[in-house]
Write a protein that binds this ligand. Structure first.
Ligand code: UDX
Length: 433
């Protein structure tokens, strides 16, 4: 079992640290946020993620995990240092690497002549960052007077593919583990951290590993924008996109996943990663025409309910509209890049009055006198003439349809049978059918 430290106890860092500890490694989780570390020490988990609490409790029992703000302690006492800090988008779409560079400088300040550390990057960083990081670290060590700095560390890329809401499940049952390094032995050593999971492995060089992460996320985002474009055509020609998806997905070369038409993709990964890949492509003079189209389709799709309502001749001025679901997808409290935000902003511009409900999200980054967040889905519904289903939480699937009487319903995720909607509503719309 290995000694690992994880820099950054955000979403990825915390899940990775807890799961490694569960696999039997000795893990030190480090963060600069003292308050967060104090809470974690007391056993309080700052994010909502299914199964994380169970794993976390077992880790505390086994004493395989500890939390600290003392980076010297964390780095000295570990052989593998995982960087899991944020890489937010800059206004031009590029990834902001200042937290990564801070982390690298901190690591450099702790490395001595007697050390050898494997530095593993988990944060989603642009293609080319691994080699940039190696240079930055080597320069920092040279500045400290350490000769032959490359003898004291190795950079590895080990991208994560964790879905929010399924992160623990995804960690424990990975489709694949990707390890990129310019030193094959170190790559194999890093791969062995996961050996008890027995996953398919790809060991490759740094830029290839970094590219696999971006290409995977961009491809999944492409599938979503593609199916949404097909949905928009299907509804015009009388086809049903749900059956189109099913028919396409049965072709093994296409596969059934990520072909669900809806209100586009949100969250902290897809929009950010596609934008960053567009930026990198441009920097290397490669025309990102597919990626540009993926983003363009997605932006439009997020506000599709507004287009639907206007198309039906509904004047939104002063209309009371219920929104069901605010998180970017079910089973998470995350509203980053959520379609709900685009829809609410657009409705507010049209002077609509909104009553929004989500099982978990109770706060939004938007504040307006016409935006009310309520604690009960039926309370939202009863106050309104129009309902827009934005996030397909399970609790919306089996509902009392008789309450839809006299309401206009837009099912943004195709969760309800069209015939049932037709029977119980004043008017109903869905996506691509
Ligand atoms: C994603 C990737 O799946 C994961 O591998 C990566 O590491 C991080 O980004 P996540 O953002 O948690 O994970 O969400 P995911 O479940 O992939 O869904 C992303 C968005 O796409 C959601 O807004 C979802 O509603 C939408 N989506 C997904 C569709 O509209 N249709 C689909 O068929 C699938």
């Amino acid at each position: 079992m290995e000694k690992i430290s994880i820099l950054g106890t955000g979403y990825v860092g915390l899940v990775t640290g807890s799961c490694f500890a569960y696999l039997g490694h000795k893990v030190i989780c480090l963060d600069i946020n003292k308050e967060k570390i104090e809470k974690l020490k007391k056993g309080e988990i700052p994010i909502y993620e299914p199964q994380l609490d169970e794993i976390f409790a077992l880790d505390k029992e086994s004493e395989n995990i500890e939390f600290t703000i003392d980076y010297t302690y964390a780095i000295k006492n570990s052989d593998f240092i995982f960087i899991a800090v944020g890489t937010p988008s800059c206004p031009d779409g590029s990834a902001n690497l200042s937290y990564v560079s801070d982390a690298l400088k901190t690591i450099a300040s702790c490395i001595t002549e007697n050390d050898f550390k494997v530095i593993v990057n988990k944060s989603t960083v642009p293609v080319g960052t691994g080699r940039w990081a190696a240079k930055l670290l080597a320069d920092e060590l040279l500045k400290k007077g350490i000769k032959e700095p490359e003898k004291h560390f190795c950079i590895v890329s080990n991208p994560e593919f964790l879905r929010e809401g399924k992160a623990v499940e995804d960690f424990m049952n990975p489709d694949r583990i990707i390890i990129g390094s310019d030193d094959k032995d170190i790559a194999l050593k890093t791969a062995s951290l996961y050996s008890t999971l027995n996953p398919p492995m790809i060991i490759t060089n740094l830029p290839t590993a970094e590219m696999i992460k971006y290409a995977s996320n961009a491809f999944l985002a492409t599938k979503i924008s593609f199916i949404n474009e097909m949905a928009n055509l299907s509804e015009k020609i009388g086809a049903d996109i749900e059956i189109v998806s099913k028919g396409m997905g049965l072709d093994k070369r296409i596969g059934p996943y990520f072909l669900k038409a809806g209100l586009g993709f949100g969250g902290s990964c897809f929009p950010k990663d596609v934008k960053a890949l567009i930026h990198t492509s441009k920097a290397y003079n490669v025309d990102p025409s597919i990626l540009n189209a993926v983003m363009k389709v997605n932006e439009k799709q997020k506000i599709k309910p507004i287009e639907i309502l206007k198309g039906a001749g509904i004047d939104l001025n002063g209309v009371k509209i219920a929104i069901w679901g605010l998180a970017f997808k079910p089973d998470t409290d995350d509203t980053r890049e959520a379609a709900s935000l685009n829809i609410i902003n657009e409705l507010l511009k049209h002077n609509a009055v909104i009553f929004a409900y989500d099982p978990i999200v109770k706060n939004l980054p938007i504040q307006d006198k016409n935006l009310n967040i309520v604690n009960d889905k039926y309370e939202a519904l009863e106050k309104c003439d129009v309902l827009i289903l934005v996030t397909e939480w399970n609790e919306f699937k089996n509902i009392e349809f008789k309450r839809f009487k006299d309401k206009i319903v837009v099912d943004g995720r195709n969760i309800w049978e069209k015939n049932i909607l037709k029977k119980y509503t004043k008017a109903c719309f869905s996506i691509g059918r």
